[in-house]
Design a protein around this ligand. Structure first.
Ligand code: 13P
Ligand code: SF4
Length: 319
């Protein structure tokens, strides 16, 4: 619409004026993803967002995504100002892993290596030996298992279970889940696959094991986009947040992308294939934060120092 076009222009000039770089996740509104691309920022998975932000020369990073992504950017670039359209955009995995309980759990198993998913608070990261995202989790755990290490994994139990099965590592799992991916249903997927037998099934590993078992490809958001672009299939059933369709369709033009079925429908389901916290990012609050600078990520120096080590280990891990 005309209003959207106006806001977009306003944001583009504010980004320049404030020496700010826009980094957006694949699950945000396609309007924001297009804007990030147009402005010379990036649209990426959580690992690439962290990398890109830490290497970009801008003095302000504007992170469109959820809070842990903003915190990660701040931890990796403490000298930069990190803003988000709203600091209220959190994640059910982060909420489900309070640092005191988690720390007490870790204290019971001092001989275990602590591996946490990026979808956690800065304080939880500070308690960890390793931080991983879904695109690098398997490789890091494989490496630890090769060294005979026992592992505490938090917070996503589905991803943890998948990694444990794939690597055979000895892992204790925290009981957390993503409210979006947990909604995907194997039964509905089987029915859809009967209708479209030629479709390949792409699944994010935060989904339940019964859904993961049906996948042709299991991977992070960027790995799923690559799969849609490179597999010979003309049709894909995709079990992850529907925000991904914007970049996936660009990467796989002419291919047919279908949403995997979820348990609920319409207004009765607050998390059906779209993350309610990612959805809090919009053009208006993005413009407002550039004008006011009020939604700034703050992480204490102490936490930054401690959380940086396991994060840096992930970024330095050979790919
Ligand atoms: P990716 O690391 O695959 O981008 O996932 C982040 C996330 O929040 C998934 O729900
Ligand atoms: Fe968290 Fe799930 Fe939303 Fe990703 S999609 S931010 S894991 S609640």
């Amino acid at each position: 619409s005309q209003q959207e076009a106006q806001l977009t222009d306003e944001i583009l000039s504010l980004l320049k004026q404030k020496d700010a770089c826009l980094v957006a996740h694949y699950y945000t509104d396609p309007i924001l993803q297009a804007l990030a691309e147009k402005s010379g920022g990036c649209v990426a998975d959580s690992l690439e967002m962290a990398r890109f932000g830490s290497q970009h020369p801008a003095s302000t990073l504007l992170v469109a995504g959820v809070r842990f992504m903003g915190e990660t950017a701040k931890i990796l670039s403490p000298e930069k100002r990190v803003l988000m359209p709203t600091l209220e955009a959190t994640c059910s995995l982060d909420l489900g892993c309070p640092v005191d309980e988690f720390s007490a759990f870790c204290d019971q198993y001092p001989d275990h290596e602590v591996v946490v998913y990026a979808n956690t608070s800065a304080a939880v990261k500070a308690r960890a030996d390793w931080v991983v995202t879904s695109s690098i989790a398997l490789r890091v755990v494989e490496h630890l298992a090769d060294q005979g290490k026992k592992i505490i994994w938090a917070p996503d139990k589905h991803l943890g279970d998948y990694v444990r099965q794939k690597t055979g590592a000895e892992m204790l799992l925290w009981d957390g889940a993503c409210i979006v991916h947990e909604e995907f249903k194997a039964k509905g997927l089987q029915e859809l696959k009967k209708v479209y037998p030629e479709a390949a099934i792409l699944v994010h590993p935060e989904s339940p094991d019964t859904v993961v078992e049906m996948a042709d490809v299991v991977g992070s958001t960027s790995q799923l986009i690559r799969a849609a672009a490179t597999l010979p299939n003309r049709m894909f059933i995709v079990a992850t947040d529907r925000g991904i369709f914007y970049k996936m369709q660009q990467a796989a033009p002419g291919k047919v992308l279908i949403e995997a079925p979820t348990g609920g429908t319409g207004a009765t389901c607050r998390s059906c294939a779209h993350c309610p916290w990612m959805a809090m990012n919009g053009l208006e609050n993005l413009r407002d934060v550039l004008l006011r600078g009020d939604q700034e990520i703050q992480v204490s120096t102490n936490l930054i120092e401690r959380a940086r080590l396991p994060l840096q280990r992930m970024l330095d891990f050979p790919v």
